[in-house]
Design a protein around this ligand. Structure first.
Ligand code: UDP
Ligand code: MG
Length: 230
């Protein structure tokens, strides 16, 4: 079984198109699957839209968090809930595309990697966001040795065992490849599509985008160093 985990916070208008597209991909694949929308305390029409999706497509379900807990916590909650032996994760804002799932899946099922990460070769974000992301990816690669070009890309496929490498920390979603590598899992990547956000707003202001990741990364670096000592 395949589990697709999608954290969503105030993504009204984005749920139904994404669910429809994911259902189409899994139906074409002819695989057993579930789609878990982790509703991270949304205050807009997201809950109603998820209810609409679960009514239309029985493979969809909602995991509702009582309050907004952040993308990392929502992702972890969804991963814990996943029943599939293979888990797919992606953003719920329409920027990742479910049509890229089969290639990532094939990479994992080929047996050479445990975690297949998307690489947004043609980013559709503002110039500033792209520059910040490039710097973040370079610094993460240098300091944490995650070995991928785009550790911030949230479209990934992995064996279920990889989730044991994760733990609650702020912005954990950006450190998924690093945590997997540190735990001894094999990580690969494939180019994926990336779309502009058509509905709703990014949840991250620019202020949050540099110092919080920096603090989180140094904490993780220290933890990895401590764990590597005999
Ligand atoms: N998200 C979430 N909880 C939050 C913030 C974001 O579940 O507190 C979800 C959001 O709905 C989206 C994904 O995380 O599905 C990525 O968020 P966003 O698109 O705002 O980030 P960006 O693409 O701008 O980095
Ligand atoms: Mg986004």
């Amino acid at each position: 079984m395949l589990s697709l985990v999608i954290p969503v916070y105030n993504e009204s208008g984005n749920i139904l198109p994404l669910a429809a597209s994911a259902v189409e991909v899994f139906t074409t694949l002819g695989r057993e699957y579930e789609i878990i929308f982790v509703n991270d305390g949304s205050t807009d029409g997201t809950a109603a839209e998820i209810t609409d999706a679960t009514g239309r497509w029985p493979h969809c379900r909602e995991l509702r968090l009582p309050r907004n807990s952040g993308q990392a916590a929502a992702l972890l909650a969804g991963l814990r809930e996943a029943r599939g032996e293979l888990i797919v994760m992606m953003d719920g804002d329409g920027q990742n595309d479910p049509r890229d799932i089969p290639e990532l899946l094939a990479l994992v099922e080929g047996g050479t990697v445990d975690l297949a990460c998307g690489w947004r070769v043609d980013r559709h974000d503002s110039t500033l966001r792209r520059i910040m992301s490039r710097v973040a990816n370079a610094v993460r690669g240098r300091l944490l040795g995650d070995g991928v070009h785009d550790s911030g890309c949230q479209l990934r496929v992995m064996r279920r065992a990889v989730r044991d490498a994760f733990y609650p920390m702020e912005l954990m979603q950006s450190f998924v490849p690093a945590l997997a590598v540190a735990a001894g899992f094999r990580v690969g990547e494939r180019p994926v599509r990336h779309h502009a956000r058509h509905r709703g707003d990014s949840k991250y202001g620019l202020g949050r985008l540099w110092w919080r990741p920096a603090v989180a990364m140094l904490g993780l670096r220290w933890r990895m160093w401590r764990n590597s000592r005999p």
